[in-house]
Design a protein around this ligand. Structure first.
Ligand code: NBP
Length: 483
C-alpha cells in the first residue's frame, strides 16, 4: 500500500538488495516507510513487487523524500559504502532540519563514521553509523544492528530499530553501542571474527577431507552432528548445507566444482589493520585474511603445485578415524574460542583508544541472533563478562578455562597431524602458538631486546631492579643505566 499523504516514521535511501529488504522489514513490522533511490526504477520495482507488504511512501527526489518523513526525521542510507555515502549524507543534511537523524547502515570504515559524525553535527543534525549484519536474509527477516552515534538519537531510533531486529529469547538484537564510530567499529570486528570462524571451519573440513579421506557428504553429516553441541552456530549449519550440496550440472559435490580462491570485501582486512595499529594480537583474524589472500594468489599457487616445492616425507595418518574427527571438533572449538577472545580484546582496546565505553556483554547479547556469527556459545561469553566485566581475556574466564582443559590435547594432536600430513591449518596452528605464548613464563622477547640494544642501543629493562639499561656492545661490554 502506498500513501503520499501519510508521514513516514523512517526512510530508506538506496534500494538495492540490502536497502529494499530493510525497507520491507520496516513496513512488515507496522512502520510507514519512506523510500528513495537515485535511479527511480528500483523504487518502482520495490513498490510493484512488495508494495502490499505494508505502508510505503515512495519519492523520486530527495526533497520529496525528506518532506515525507515525520519529525524528528530519521533516514537510513543503504548505498555503496564510500563516496556514494558522502554524496547522500550531503544531500540529506542539506534538505533536513536541526535535530533530524541521518543513519548510515552501510559497511563504512569507522574512521569515516567519526569524520562524518563531526561534519553532520556541525550542520545541526545527528549522525548514526550503524553496523548491520545478516546479509540480505537478515535485512529482510531480522538483522543484528549495531548503532553508534549520540545517545539521544538512540532515544528516538531505538524502538524503530528494535521493531525490525532479530530477537532471541525476547531480547532484540540491537542496542546503542557507543558514540560516533563505535557501531561501525564493532561491526568491523564482528566481520573479522566471521573471517576467522569461517577459516577454522575450512581447516577442519580440509583435515577431514584430505587427512581422514572423507567425502564431502560424509563431512556434511559430521558438521550436522557438531551443530547440536558446543559448536551450534549459523556458520556450522550452513557448512553442512554447502558440503551436502551437489552441483546441479555435473552431480559432483558442489564444493569440488567451486574455484578455491576466497573473495573478500575488506572488513576483515580493516580489522587486521586496526589490530596492528592498536597493537592487539588478533592472530586468528589476521591469518584468516592472509589465508584468503593466499588462496587467491593463483599464479604462485600453480607454480608451487607443479612439483616445485618439496612436500617432505608425508606420513599416513596413524589414528582411529572416529577419534580424529573428535579431535578436529575440539581443535575447531579451541581455535574459534581464541578468535573470539582476540576479537573482544580488539574491541576493548578500540573502546579505550576512542573513549567509547563499549560493554562486551551487549555484543555477546546482540550477536546471538540475526548476524553471521550467531552461535550458542555467545551465551557463555555473555555469562563470562557478567561474572567479571574486567576479564583480562575471554579465555581466562573459569568456564572457558575448563573447556580448554578438554580441548588442549586434541588441539595439539590436530596441529601435529596437519603438520605431518603437510596440510595447511594456519589458524589452528597460529592460535595454538598464541595460546602457548600467553601461557609462557619466559618469551624470547628478552633476546629480542638484547638484539635491539646490540644494534641500535635501544636499551632494555632488567628483571631484578627498576631502570633502563644498555651494554657497551662495541666497547668493554660494561652495563650503564640510562634512566
Ligand atoms: P550496493 O553496495 O550494491 O550499492 C548500490 C546502491 O547504491 C544503489 O541503490 C545505488 O543507486 C546506490 N548508489 C550508488 Br552505487 N552511488 C550512489 C550515489 N552517488 N548516490 C546515491 N545512490 C548511489 O548495495 P547493497 O549490496 O544493497 O549494500 C548496501 C550497503 O549495505 C553497502 O554499504 C554494503 O556494504 C552494506 N552491506 C551489504 C551486505 C550484503 O550482504 N550485501 C551486508 C551488510 C552490509 P542506483 O540504483 O541509482 O545505482
Amino acid at each position: 500500500m502506498t500513501d503520499k499523504n501519510e508521514l513516514a516514521q523512517i526512510g530508506v535511501v538506496g534500494l538495492a538488495v540490502m536497502g529494499s529488504n530493510l525497507a520491507r522489514n520496516f513496513a512488515r513490522n507496522g512502520n510507514t516507510v519512506a523510500v528513495y533511490n537515485r535511479s527511480p526504477e528500483k523504487t518502482h520495482a520495490l513498490i510493484e513487487a512488495h508494495g502490499e507488504e505494508g505502508n510505503f511512501v515512495p519519492s523520486e527526489t530527495i526533497e520529496d523524500f525528506v518532506a515525507s518523513l515525520e519529525r524528528p526525521r530519521k533516514a537510513i542510507i543503504m548505498v555503496k559504502a564510500g563516496k556514494a555515502t558522502d554524496a547522500v549524507i550531503d544531500q540529506l543534511a542539506e534538505a533536513m532540519d536541526e535535530g533530524d537523524v541521518i543513519i548510515d547502515g552501510g559497511n563504512a570504515l569507522f574512521t569515516d563514521t567519526i569524520r562524518r559524525e563531526k561534519d553532520v553535527a556541525a550542520r545541526g543534525k545527528h549522525f548514526v553509523g550503524a553496523g548491520i549484519s545478516g546479509g540480505e536474509e537478515g535485512a529482510l527477516n531480522g538483522p543484528a544492528i549495531m548503532p553508534g552515534g549520540p545517545k539521544e538519537s538512540w532515544e528516538t531510533l531505538g524502538p524503530i530499530l528494535e521493531s525490525i531486529a532479530a530477537n532471541v529469547d525476547g531480547t532484540p538484537c540491537v542496542t546503542h553501542i557507543g558514540p560516533d564510530g563505535a557501531g561501525h567499529f564493532v561491526k568491523m570486528v564482528h566481520n573479522g571474527i566471521e573471517y576467522a570462524d569461517m577459516q577454522v571451519i575450512g581447516e577442519a573440513y580440509q583435515l577431514l577431507r584430505y587427512g581422514a579421506g572423507m567425502a564431502p557428504a560424509e563431512i556434511a553429516e559430521v558438521f550436522r552432528e557438531w551443530n547440536s553441541g558446543d559448536l551450534d552456530s549459523y556458520l556450522i549449519e550452513i557448512t553442512a548445507e554447502v558440503l551436502a550440496q551437489k552441483d546441479p550440472e555435473t552431480g559432483a559435490p558442489l564444493v569440488d566444482v567451486i574455484v578455491d580462491a576466497a573473495g573478500q570485501k575488506g572488513t576483515g582486512r580493516w580489522t587486521a589493520i586496526n589490530g596492528l595499529e592498536l597493537g592487539v594480537p588478533i592472530t586468528g583474524i589476521a591469518e584468516s585474511v592472509f589465508a584468503r589472500a593466499l588462496s587467491s594468489s593463483t599464479a604462485q599457487r600453480s607454480a608451487a603445485q607443479e612439483g616445485q616445492l618439496p612436500a617432505g616425507t608425508i606420513k599416513e595418518l596413524d589414528v582411529d578415524k572416529a577419534e580424529f574427527i573428535e579431535d578436529v571438533r575440539r581443535a575447531l572449538y579451541a581455535a574459534k574460542l581464541i578468535a573470539y577472545s582476540q576479537g573482544f580484546d580488539e574491541i576493548k582496546a578500540g573502546s579505550e583508544e576512542f573513549g567509547w565505553d563499549v560493554d562486551p556483554r551487549d555484543l555477546a547479547t546482540i550477536w546471538r541472533g540475526g548476524c553471521i556469527i550467531r552461535a550458542k556459545f555467545l551465551d557463555r561469553i555473555r555469562a563470562a563478562y557478567d561474572n567479571n566485566a574486567d576479564l583480562p581475556a575471554l579465555i581466562l574466564d573459569p568456564y572457558f578455562k575448563g573447556e580448554l582443559e578438554d580441548l588442549i590435547d586434541p588441539w595439539r594432536r590436530v596441529v601435529v597431524a596437519a603438520t605431518q600430513l603437510g596440510l595447511p591449518a594456519p589458524v589452528f596452528a597460529s592460535s595454538l602458538s598464541y595460546y602457548d605464548s600467553l601461557r609462557a613464563e619466559r618469551l624470547p622477547a628478552a633476546l629480542i631486546q638484547g638484539q635491539r640494544d646490540f644494534f641500535g642501543a635501544h636499551t632494555f629493562k632488567r628483571t631484578d631492579k627498576p631502570g633502563t639499561f644498555h651494554i657497551e656492545w662495541s666497547g668493554n661490554r660494561s652495563l650503564t643505566q640510562t634512566d
